[in-house]
Design a protein around this ligand. Sequence first.
Ligand SMILES: [Zn+2]
Length: 333
Amino acid sequence: MDWQASQAPERQPRLVAQLTRMIQSDRLSHAVLLTGEQGSGKEAVAHFLIQMTLCENPQNVPCETCRACRLLKSGNHLNVHSVEADGQFIKREQIDQLIHELSKTARESGRKFYIVHEAHRMNASSANALLKFLEEPTSDVTAILLTNQPHALLPTIRSRCQQMTLQPISSEQLKQQLMEQEVTESMASTISKMANSVEEGLALTEEEEFGLARRGVLKLMEALERGTAHALVQAHEHVIPLLKDKEKAERILDLLLFAYRDIVACKANPGSDCTFPDKKALWEQIAMRSTFEQLTYQLEHIMKARRRLHQNANRTLLMEQLVIELREVNAGV
Ligand SMILES: [Zn+2]
């Protein structure tokens, strides 16, 4: 894995500032648990913590040029060890091996670190081995445990650690990271509003029905411009067949809600960020001829449909009614 320390201040500014103060005043515990969603930058923060501690000339950030910084960046610093799951679990032998490595005489000066990636993947045996090691801390070793499922860890392990929580990834960061994974900008913009992590976002891109739902909602938005009959035909052709269960129907209503939010945002600030950047021209057109009041009514109708969905209303009727209501608001223009 690449050394990511330099990304940490940008991705987790508050936590990094807090960690820096703790390192500078020597208040960092011998075991740190970093919890946060996938994509929130746990590795980056762990790497920053290590580099900030081992750097020979740290200011508020590591110097990047001293011997320790260079060794860390090239992945060759002998004081840094890490463990990650071998298959589904982190196995007992892996923890035993780690403890063995850490007990050897240091060949580099300074503190030693070990990172346990996805710490929730320790099984009972490996967790107990690590716990035993945590309970007898040697003064020159710091443990950094990373997880997005802190409650899956043994409570006794959690209580031995100084726990710090990373902020979830922002939708703008999520969009950027999805685009780095070859997701198109228009799709990444939409998904970044609906998913909480890169993993969840990538799963949506692979789901055929999500692509269909997005396309169906956009076709419906276009048809709504042409009249009620058009809109009902489009709804029956492209949207209603996708309302297979409550969850899928909710997703469609969310996409519709985002479309109207885009229009409101366009109206308030023409340069604003869109959930559907590929429809910006249409949004601008609708924003131009709609009042904020009309758009508010439309948003309210969608919210009402969402509530009725949870009261188990018939999904086909619900969508037909919503289409009519969205049009009625327009008819008043
Ligand atoms: Zn340095």
